[in-house]
Design a protein around this ligand. Structure first.
Ligand code: ARG
Ligand code: GLU
Length: 716
């Protein structure tokens, strides 16, 4: 029986193409089977083996997971790698100070010796992937409940990864696809010594800032360069001055030919997470509850940060990366919500569900297997709603307060002490946390964020979820929250790094007592205990029930529409998506072209917009048209649009042309298309990439770092 299910599933999950739509994030090892003919019919000149192979170097060997959430690609035989500026942002910031302000001025290593070491930054290559569905599913007994199933999947997955890594230095993970209808093994090789080679000034790399983020027309030079170092045998090694540049199995040649409307493009990287199969209730929850709540909470937080950042350069540098992160999701949620509304996404999902119901009711066997689904979705999402809102309030309101984030790090140790005993080593770890935290901390910002968040929480948190410590702080008049906040911050030892560190280092003080009685600790501790009792377990339980429902639902949808195309939701595993260069019509009477150029940077620089500051040197190059070999039709191409189905995590992904050459680096989507994580619209969804020729122009003419071009393979 199980075997039968498996083979039918395999057939319905990946239908032969012919009806392949414009969307999809495909597993590279399967494109030979399902996509390559379609890709070739759209202009791709290479083979599936060129894209992904385990027998010979292929394009996949030029692609890495960069850090924790981005993609990067190798562009030279000497380990040179390109990714986005915003992916390298934290690292660039960590090397920056008011004296060496690389964020503002950029950074270019003129020799290998000048390349900067980045503790903690790693890259991972995919060694190979395998379909392990049969092995995982055959271990699950018929009728197993979700908990039993989860634990079997865990055990078998562990065994599979152990086997894959027992005689090598690789790491591995088994990942579910289609909510556990399939499982794939991913084996990675991780490199630990990754150095900063170059980054343009923020006025180039982040040009347009949050004003232009998620939007077109776009003029952001969103790239930065790194180099992977290895030991003398080309193996991963911890940072050492003796390490040498890594020789990759494969790097991407760079095309200088540019892009034209209709050209085939492929984006190859690590999209993070999508919910293509979400039910109507799930979409309604995003549109009606989650996004409006999260947007308004971030609105408040951003206002505070931005106001302080404008007043001081030190604060601006400290908060640059944090603010960018907060603003990014904020703006995406706004676009996503608008897009879902415009697409009538809820109604479309309801229609699909109605069709599904009719199809199910055609046969008693279907009713038996699928008949319960839609009602169960209704019930579960109704029960889940307040819990999911509560979880948002924790992330977006309570832990928006930075000091509470620090306290939570302490909590991990403090909650488990058997009265009064922490080792000196544990104290020194706490001191490290503190030092780290205070590097980029500005108390006045946090006091104001505390003020707005606690004031809102004390209004909206249901009494059952309100910590006593918060209840006790609540002033008679909500205008008085700022005074309360000032009181809390002057009282809490966490709010004074010097006092905190010297107390932690003083073995004669009653350290645990002081920490545990601290107002911030009590707030966070009580909050977490309430949530651990009343929110998270129920939420986990519902989510696991939903997993089962979706596993069944997706299987049913595939049976209902055997000719439609299905691809697994993104889950930060390597994917191929392909499309073509094209603009779009954002709204009535407007057409957006596929390319933006340096002329637009000059145009924007004349507007009085904070985010449109252009470095004088770039303006000079523009005024004198000193473009050298990079000139194209009297200007410099800067960015372009294409219809590749990408998501967060695809930042830094290579945009590859029909010949397999690098033409751009993906960094964003257009605002009208940000709902693509939930519903893709071929008319509106476009990914935005930096034209690789702009990056080369900046390296060569702006930064005079042309020596870096010598190690690349440029195809004229
Ligand atoms: N929206 C792009 C992404 O999601 C770029 C983000 C960085 N830029 C910014 N202005 N926050 O990663
Ligand atoms: N900027 C996004 C990232 O960091 C990519 C844009 C998107 O979400 O498509 O991955």
């Amino acid at each position: 029986m199980k075997r039968f299910i498996l083979s039918t599933l395999a057939i319905i999950l990946f239908v032969p193409f012919g009806v392949i739509a414009d969307q999809g994030m495909w597993l590279p090892m399967l494109i030979g089977k399902y996509n390559i003919e379609d890709m070739q019919s759209k202009g791709f000149k290479l083979t599936a083996e060129d894209v992904y192979s385990i027998n010979q170097p292929s394009i996949k060997d030029a692609i890495v997971i960069f850090g924790r959430g981005c993609t990067g690609e190798l562009i030279s035989p000497e380990g040179l790698l390109i990714t986005n500026h915003h992916c390298g942002y934290g690292v660039i910031q960590s090397h920056s100070s008011v004296e060496h302000d690389y964020l503002t001025h950029g950074f270019w290593a003129m020799t290998r010796q000048e390349e900067l070491h980045n503790p903690g930054l790693t890259v991972r290559f995919l060694v190979r992937m395998d379909d392990v569905t049969e092995r995982v599913l055959s271990a699950i007994p018929d009728g197993a409940g979700e908990q039993v199933r989860d634990s079997i999947v865990g055990v078998v997955g562990h065994k599979i990864t152990e086997e894959a890594t027992s005689d090598n230095h690789y790491t591995a993970r088994v990942m579910p696809m289609f909510y556990g209808n399939q499982y794939f093994l991913f084996i990675y090789e991780e490199f630990l010594d990754v150095r900063l080679v170059g980054a343009p000034p923020s006025d180039i790399g982040k040009f347009g800032g949050d004003t232009d983020n998620w939007m077109w027309p776009r003029h952001t030079g969103d790239f930065s360069l790194f180099r992977i170092y290895a030991d003398k045998d080309n193996n991963p090694a911890a940072y050492s001055p003796d390490n040498v540049p890594y020789t990759p199995k494969r790097f991407l040649p760079i095309s200088l030919k540019g892009v034209n409307p209709g050209d085939f493009t492929m984006v190859y990287g690590y999209p993070g997470s999508t919910q293509q199969y979400a039910s109507s209730q799930a979409v309604a929850h995003v549109v009606d509850d989650l996004n409006p709540l999260n947007i308004s909470l971030r609105d408040a937080r951003l206002k505070v940060m931005e106001q302080h950042m404008r007043q001081s350069d030190t604060v601006r540098i400290k908060y640059a990366s944090k603010q960018a992160g907060v603003a990014n999701a904020w703006k995406k949620w706004i676009g996503e919500r608008n897009g879902l509304i415009r697409l009538d996404a809820i109604e479309k999902k309801q229609q699909l569900e109605k069709n599904f119901e009719e199809w199910v009711n055609e046969s008693p066997i279907r009713v038996e297997e699928y008949g319960h689904l839609l009602n169960s979705f209704d019930e579960l999402y109704a029960t889940r709603k307040p819990l999911s809102i509560a979880a948002s309030l924790s992330r977006e309101a309570f832990y928006a307060v930075e000091l509470l984030q620090l306290v939570r790090q302490f909590g991990g140790l403090l909650n488990n002490v058997d009265n009064s005993k922490l080792s000196e080593e544990q104290y020194s770890r706490l001191i490290d946390y503190t030092r780290d935290f205070y590097k980029n901390y500005h108390k006045p910002i946090d006091v104001e964020i505390f003020t707005t968040m606690m004031s809102q929480l004390s209004d909206i948190l249901p009494p059952a979820l309100t910590p006593l410590a918060l209840e006790e702080l609540k002033p008679e008049n909500s205008d008085d929250w700022y005074a309360i906040a000032l009181g809390v911050y002057s009282q809490s030892v966490f709010a004074d790094s010097t006092a905190l560190i010297s107390m932690l280092a003083d073995s004669t003080s009653s350290r645990i007592n002081v920490l545990q009685n601290d107002i911030m600790y009590r707030l966070s501790n009580q909050f977490d205990s309430i949530y651990s009792a009343s929110v998270y377990p129920s939420l986990r339980d519902i989510n696991s029930k939903l997993d089962l429902l979706y596993r069944t639902y997706v299987k049913g949808l595939m049976q209902m529409n055997p000719n439609a195309v299905y691809y697994p939701d993104a889950n930060f595993t390597l994917r191929v998506t392909y499309g073509k260069i094209e603009g779009y019509f954002p709204s009535d009477g407007k057409e957006y072209m596929h390319q933006a150029t340096l002329d637009g940077i000059a145009e924007k620089s004349r507007l009085d917009v904070y985010d449109y500051t252009v470095p004088q040197r770039l303006l000079d190059l523009y005024e004198t048209k000193d473009y050298g070999k990079w000139e194209v039709n009297g200007t410099i191409p800067v960015t372009f649009l294409a219809s590749n189905h990408t998501s967060g995590g695809n930042s830094g992904s290579p945009v590859i042309n029909a010949e397999g050459h690098l033409v751009g680096v993906n960094f964003d989507r257009v605002w009208e298309g940000t709902m693509s994580d939930i519903m893709f619209d071929p008319d509106m969804c476009r990914n935005i990439s930096i034209d690789i020729r702009y990056a080369l122009f900046i390296i060569d003419k702006y930064a005079s770092a042309g020596h870096l071009l010598e190690e690349m393979t440029l195809i004229e």
